[in-house]
Design a protein around this ligand. Structure first.
Ligand code: TXA
Ligand code: MG
Length: 325
């Protein structure tokens, strides 16, 4: 099928209240028409996600902000102009168009304009907003290919638009602009430094416990357990931790930037990622899935250093390493 026909079909499914998995530049989303409450509720059922966890509404362009937000502060205009379409989500006071099903009963809504051409085409042809969380089962790692979506959600999705591998590979950066000071709710695909440069001020930590599943300690987890180690030039900590776990009979996967030296234990597998943080981010989730598929039961990981995407990668690895409940 030509891409144009696929987009038309996706839009038709969405207009009928169906669920469409679609590529964004960050990760694949599981989308429903944001103004169709029944369709939005199906998203929660499909993912096994608690109803109180709010969804991001994806918009065709920044001009749609005024329909979905009750008030568009000046900071939002500046960030939207600088970074949309792109991997930035803004939390603003919601308009009456946004239902409690989308926001989990909160008076704010998370909004973003995705950059992937297929997501853009669907949004423009639909002419509205799409509520879409990442297209994975609740708590699992986000999908970065159409195949990942099918493995995770299969029959729960009415249509999957295949847009290849996601360019960014980790979720969007979320900034809350609904309070007095701009707050960072989740580091992600857009470096915090770039946001602070445009705003001319630092982002603060979130004021209170907002209901954000991406902020749960044990979110973004592969099946295998994950042990995070400090990175040293000789890979000493990686090698020693891997050897200790292998001696306990565990099947060990080592995950590190490619320039790190590591001595693998017997039966250990190494999964080396690009050294630059952006490259590491792009391949991270697909690699975590590969490790699960290879039957490893524990991952010893050394995160990449540095600012930019390195912050998001370290955040996701820390959460994957947190105790599971
Ligand atoms: O890159 C992304 O952001 C991807 C793609 C598909 O756009 N989406 C994504 O959605 O990661 P999800 O549902 O997996 O994560 C959305 C995050 C959650 O942590 C949620 O709690 C937070 O956004 N969020 C949504 N609405 C919010 C609100 N009103 N206030 C605070 N946080 C909110
Ligand atoms: Mg998610």
């Amino acid at each position: 099928m030509a891409k144009g026909d696929e987009v038309a079909l996706a839009v038709q499914v969405l207009r009928e209240g169906g669920l469409v998995a679609l590529p964004t530049e960050t990760v694949y989303g599981l989308a429903a028409d944001a103004t169709n409450e029944l369709a939005v509720r199906r998203i929660f059922a499909a993912k096994g996600r608690p109803q109180t966890h709010p969804l991001i509404v994806h918009l065709p362009g920044k001009e749609a902000l005024t329909r979905f937000a009750a008030h568009v502060p000046e900071r939002a205009v500046r960030l939207a102009e600088a970074f949309w379409p792109g991997p930035l989500t803004l939390v603003l006071k919601k308009s009456a168009l946004v239902s409690d099903a989308v926001t989990g009963g909160q008076d704010t809504v998370a909004l973003r304009v995705p950059a992937h051409p297929l997501a853009q085409a669907v949004l423009r042809e639909l002419g509205g907003g799409l509520a879409a969380p990442s297209a994975n089962r609740f708590g699992h790692v986000s999908p970065t290919t159409a195949q990942h979506v099918i493995e995770d959600l299969g029959d729960e999705v009415d249509y999957v638009l295949d847009g290849g591998r996601c360019e960014v590979g980790v979720e969007s950066t979320i900034v809350d602009l609904s309070g007095e000071h701009p707050a960072l709710l989740r580091p992600g695909g857009l470096p915090v430094e770039e946001i602070e440069r445009v705003l001319g001020e630092k982002l603060v930590a979130p004021a209170s416990a907002v209901r954000a599943p991406g902020l749960l300690p044990s979110h973004y987890a592969p099946r295998a357990g994950l042990v995070l180690v400090e990175r040293d030039a000789e890979g000493k900590q990686l090698s020693e931790t891997a050897a200790r776990l292998a001696a306990q009979g565990r099947r060990v996967a080592v995950l590190a930037p490619g320039n790190v030296q590591v001595a693998l234990p017997v039966n250990g597998r190494s999964f080396m990622l690009p050294e630059d943080p952006a490259g590491f981010a792009r391949e991270l989730y697909a690699t975590l899935r590969e490790i699960d598929a290879a039957g490893c039961d524990v991952i010893v990981a050394a995160p990449p250093e540095g600012a930019g995407l390195g912050v998001a990668v370290r955040d996701r690895l820390r959460r994957a390493a947190a105790p599971r409940t």
